[in-house]
Design a protein around this ligand. Structure first.
Ligand SMILES: *Cc1c(COP(=O)(O)O)cnc(C)c1O
Length: 376
């Protein structure tokens, strides 16, 4: 079976380095906020081209901590896309604020900046909620259109929190994924482009006040130490062992992003007449967390997926059900037809195996398998 991802192959390559780094941590014993955490934060900030990287317990907690630092809560509107993982909106509702969904661009699957402006105006006119922030998601690794988004948000004085859980390693012009907006949040969940061997995340920002607040919030709202508590926080640190693993992986990360881009290019060249392949707009480079294509219909997607499965090739669907149709958000009052593009895409999209060490043979086998389906 060809899996969606193969972390064992990566470990094989990095084994001696990663084992040594873990062994170091076991020997120095500073499992919480050890030296590797600080080293990693410096390297992440440098990589992303920002002043500060604040590591934390997961991508979800990164988003949560940023919203907490901005004091977002009851009565506030936070705009985001319905075509993302639940974390993006979960953190909004967890804090008592209200997610206001905005449909996506049909080519990039990222939030549509024009519709964002409409949604902000509508929310202001209704007068029930105060627009406070937008969380654009860099879906599948492709950064959202931050130039257009920030033109709008600057007019209304709204914060931009980049959900870069899938896009660490991506680019737009000279800027790296995670460095857009007022702060960017990424995830080190094992399957993400830069993943550890458990849960982890980071917030990236140039804002000194925000960075200081985040460092307090992730350790129980500490003041001068953790027994001096100045605000309500959480236990949201990254483990030293995970930081050590990430340091090992970061050393080959650029090469892995190049490999992912090579695989994506090959897929797109070969499959463009069979399915709708991802469109990467000018000046963008994706981190290719997923390589996702569109079938013509749900039925055709089922046919593709079943045939690939029969031939030993795994696929996945991100995301089957847009967030506005999830049971958890019933009380927000959305229904079918509210976000037509997200709904349509969710019915037709599926993802193919994507990882830096996918061999040429396997890649060719996947491509050939899809090509022969067309001829059936
Ligand atoms: C994975 C993911 C998250 C959450 O990251 P965790 O580390 O699993 O908490 C948030 N947003 C998006 C878009 C993701 O893909």
């Amino acid at each position: 079976m060809i899996q969606m991802n193969d972390l064992a192959l990566q470990y094989k390559r990095l084994k001696s380095d990663i084992d040594k780094r873990i062994d170091n941590v076991l020997n120095h014993g500073r499992f919480i906020m050890g030296p590797e955490v600080h080293e990693l934060e410096e390297k992440l900030a440098k990589y992303a081209g920002v002043k500060y990287a604040i590591t934390c317990s997961s991508g979800t907690d990164a988003l949560l901590l940023a919203l907490m630092a901005w004091g977002i809560g009851h009565g506030d509107a936070v705009f985001t896309t319905p075509f993302t993982f639940i974390s993006t909106s979960e953190v909004i509702t967890l804090l008592g604020a209200t997610p206001v969904f905005v449909d996506i661009d049909e080519r990039t699957y990222n939030i549509d900046p024009e519709l964002l402006e409409e949604a902000i105006r509508k929310t202001l006119n209704e007068g029930k909620l105060t627009p406070k922030a937008v969380i654009p998601v860099d879906l599948f690794g492709l950064p959202a259109d931050y130039e257009s988004i920030e033109k709008t948000t600057s007019k209304y004085n709204i914060k931009v929190l980049e959900d870069a859980a899938q896009s660490f390693g991506s680019r737009y012009k000279e800027k790296r994924g995670g460095s857009f907006g007022d702060a960017g949040c990424t995830s080190f969940f094992p399957a993400k482009p830069l993943g550890c061997y458990g849960d982890g995340g980071a917030i990236l920002t140039n804002d000194t006040i925000l960075s200081d607040k985040l460092k307090s919030l992730r350790v129980h709202g500490k003041g001068s130490n953790k027994y001096d508590n100045v605000r309500t926080g959480i236990n949201g640190r990254l483990d030293t062992i995970q930081a050590a693993i990430l340091l090992g992986k970061l050393s080959v990360f650029d090469e892995e992003i190049r490999l992912r881009n090579g695989i994506a290019k090959e897929y797109s060249n070969e499959l463009k007449d069979i399915v709708t392949v991802p469109e990467i707009p000018k000046n963008y480079e994706s981190a290719w967390a997923q390589y996702s294509v569109l079938a013509k219909s749900t039925e055709q997607r089922e046919m593709f997926i079943n045939h690939l499965e029969d031939k030993g090739i795994k696929t996945a669907i991100y995301y089957q059900k847009p967030l506005h149709l999830q049971e958890v958000y019933k009380k927000l009052g959305y229904g079918i037809g509210d976000f037509c593009i997200a709904e349509d895409i969710s019915k037709r999209i599926f993802s193919l195996p994507m990882y830096p060490y996918l061999s040429k043979d396997k890649l060719q086998y996947i491509i050939n398998t899809l090509k022969t389906i067309k001829e059936l």
